[in-house]
Design a protein around this ligand. Structure first.
Ligand code: PLP
Ligand code: ZN
Length: 377
C-alpha cells in the first residue's frame, strides 16, 4: 500500500500528517493542499493500461482503486472547427465530480472513519454517496432546499442519509461543518480536501493523452468552488514540469452572472474576494452559485498565471446554450452548459479566442435537472 502524502496549509504552512481526519488547517481553518508533486508517465507508456482515470497512476496519491466504478476516459467531440467538448456527463454518476469523489472514497476507505459527511448542491453529493456505497462506508449528505429532485433521488438511492438544510448552498456547508469536527467523521469536502483536486486533474491528463501529447490553447472551465479549474492547473503544472508540454493553455473561467464573486474580484483587479457579501440570486447554474469559495485566492492566481480571464453568462445565454447543445444531440444539465454559453458565438470567451482551439467540459447530464426553458430559476 502506497504511503499517503501529508497535507499543508498554503497560507501559513501548517502541516497535517497523512492519516489524520482534519479537514482544514488547524491554525487558520482554511483549505489544505497536498505535498505531492508527481511526474506523469510519458505518452507511449500509457498504451494498454486500464481504461479509466487510474491509468494515470503515477500522478494519483492513492495507488489503488478498490472502489472504482470505471470513471474517466470521457470522449471529446467537435462542436465547431476550433471548439470541442469533453463529455464529462458520461461518468458513472453523470457528472465530473466522480473524478474527485473516487479519491475521497478511496482515502476514506484507508482511514476507515465511523461515517462520511459531505455537502453539495447535488452532483458532488451524488458522487460521494455512490462511491461510499461502493466502498461500503456510511455516508450523510447535506444539501440546500431546492436541490433538484433527481439529484436527491440519486443520493438517496445510493443509501446515503440526506439532510435537506433550510437556506442556500452555504447553509448546507455550514451544517456539514458543524458535524465535520466530531470524532470518527471523515468530511468528504470536495472544496477543502485536496485529494479531490488530484482526481479532477485527470480531466487534463486525459485531454493531453487524447490530443496525442499536447493540450488545446484554451481550457474553458466552470467555476463555483473551482475544483475542476484547480485540478486542471495542477495537471498543467505536472505536465509542464515534466517537459511533456511546452506551452501552458490559458484557463478561462466561467461563472453565472447571477452569482459571480470571482468574476467581480477579477474585474476589480483583486487577488482575493473582498468583504462584500454576494447575494445568492437564483440561477439555472445552481452548481456554480457559490458566493464565497474558500479557495478564491488560489483560483484567481491560477487563472492569472495561465494568461486566462473570468467570464460571466446570463440566464438567457444558459437557456439558449442548453437548447443548442440538445439540438446537436447533447443533453446537458443547466449548470453544465455554462462554458458552452460563454464559448459559442455571442459569448465573451468566443470574443477572445482569435482562432485558438478551445475545449469546454459538459459537466453534468441533462436528466439531472431537465431543460431550463421549462422551469423557473
Ligand atoms: C455540473 C456542474 N458543473 C460545474 C460545477 C462547478 O464545480 P466547482 O464548484 O468545483 O467549481 C458543478 C458543481 O457542483 C456542477 O455540478
Ligand atoms: Zn492555515
Amino acid at each position: 500500500m502506497s504511503v499517503l502524502p501529508d497535507c499543508y496549509c498554503p497560507v501559513d504552512g501548517t502541516r497535517v500528517p497523512s492519516g489524520a481526519l482534519d479537514w482544514c488547517c488547524p491554525a487558520c481553518r482554511g483549505p489544505l493542499d497536498l505535498d505531492y508533486s508527481p511526474t506523469p508517465a510519458p505518452l507511449k507508456s500509457l498504451a494498454g493500461r486500464v481504461n479509466s482515470l487510474w491509468r494515470y497512476a503515477e500522478c494519483l496519491p492513492l495507488g489503488e482503486a478498490e472502489c472504482t466504478l470505471g470513471e474517466g476516459r470521457t470522449p471529446v467531440v467537435r462542436l465547431t472547427e476550433k471548439v470541442s467538448a469533453k463529455l464529462d456527463f458520461l461518468m458513472p454518476t453523470l457528472s465530473f465530480k466522480d473524478r474527485g469523489a473516487v479519491m475521497l472514497a478511496a482515502l476514506a476507505g484507508r482511514l476507515r472513519p465511523e461515517r462520511v459527511v459531505a455537502d453539495s448542491s447535488g452532483n458532488a453529493g451524488a458522487a460521494v454517496a455512490a462511491y461510499c456505497a461502493r466502498a461500503q462506508l456510511p455516508c450523510t449528505v447535506f444539501v440546500p432546499e431546492g436541490t433538484s429532485a433527481k439529484k436527491l433521488e440519486q443520493i438517496g438511492a445510493h443509501g446515503a442519509r440526506l439532510e435537506v438544510v433550510a437556506g442556500d448552498r452555504e447553509a448546507a456547508a455550514v451544517a456539514a461543518r458543524a458535524v465535520a469536527d466530531e470524532s470518527g467523521v471523515f468530511y468528504a469536502s470536495h472544496v477543502h480536501n485536496p485529494y479531490f483536486l488530484h482526481g479532477t486533474k485527470t480531466y487534463v491528463h486525459e485531454l493531453w493523452e487524447d490530443l496525442g501529447g499536447r493540450l488545446p490553447d484554451v481550457l474553458v472551465v466552470p467555476v463555483g468552488n473551482g475544483t475542476l479549474l484547480l485540478g486542471a492547473a495542477l495537471a498543467v503544472a505536472e505536465l509542464h514540469t515534466a517537459g511533456l508540454i511546452d506551452r501552458r493553455p490559458a484557463l478561462h473561467a466561467v461563472q453565472a452572472a447571477a452569482v459571480a464573486p470571482l468574476a467581480a474580484a477579477w474585474q476589480a483587479g483583486a487577488d482575493d474576494l473582498g468583504d462584500d457579501v454576494v447575494a445568492v440570486v437564483p440561477t439555472f447554474a445552481e452548481g456554480i452559485a457559490i458566493p464565497r469559495p474558500p479557495r478564491a485566492r488560489q483560483i484567481l492566481r491560477a487563472v492569472r498565471e495561465s494568461g486566462g480571464a473570468f467570464h460571466t453568462v446570463s440566464e438567457d445565454q444558459i437557456r439558449h446554450a442548453q437548447l443548442d447543445l440538445a439540438s446537436r444531440g447533447l443533453y446537458v444539465e443547466s449548470t453544465g452548459v455554462a462554458c458552452w454559453a460563454a464559448t459559442r458565438e455571442g459569448g465573451s470567451v468566443a470574443a477572445v479566442l482569435n482562432g485558438r482551439a478551445a475545449v469546454v467540459p459538459l459537466c453534468g447530464a441533462g436528466a439531472k435537472t431537465g431543460l431550463a426553458v421549462s422551469r423557473s430559476v
